[in-house]
Design a protein around this ligand. Sequence first.
Ligand code: HEC
Length: 84
Amino acid sequence: MINRHACGSCHWIAGVAEANGTVGPPLSHFGSQQMIAGALPNSPDNLTRYLLSPESVVKGNVMPNQHLTGGDARDAAAYLLTLR
Ligand code: HEC
């Protein structure tokens, strides 16, 4: 799912082929991070919320809304939280 949505064109994500972008922050140790974009405590629910609507969490966010389905957002959140 992360491949399909081209997250990797902007982010470096361990375990995802071709996810070596440097526009956004690297996500390869996201599971050990305390905060999401410095705004929300890192948790599966909050991360799902962020991925569904980055701009509602951080005003003026340069991360574009990827228009994920709820299921895709939960899957991506679950994967990112395994990266430590
Ligand atoms: C067009 C480039 C772009 C794309 C595509 C993109 N992002 Fe981002 N992303 C960013 C930028 C830039 C930020 C930093 C935003 C901020 O901190 O204000 C960010 C921030 C994030 C964060 C928070 C990082 C942190 O350190 O707290 C997560 C998680 C994230 N992106 C996941 C994803 C996922 C999953 C996808 C694919 C569904 C994706 N991004 C697609 C550019 C992108």
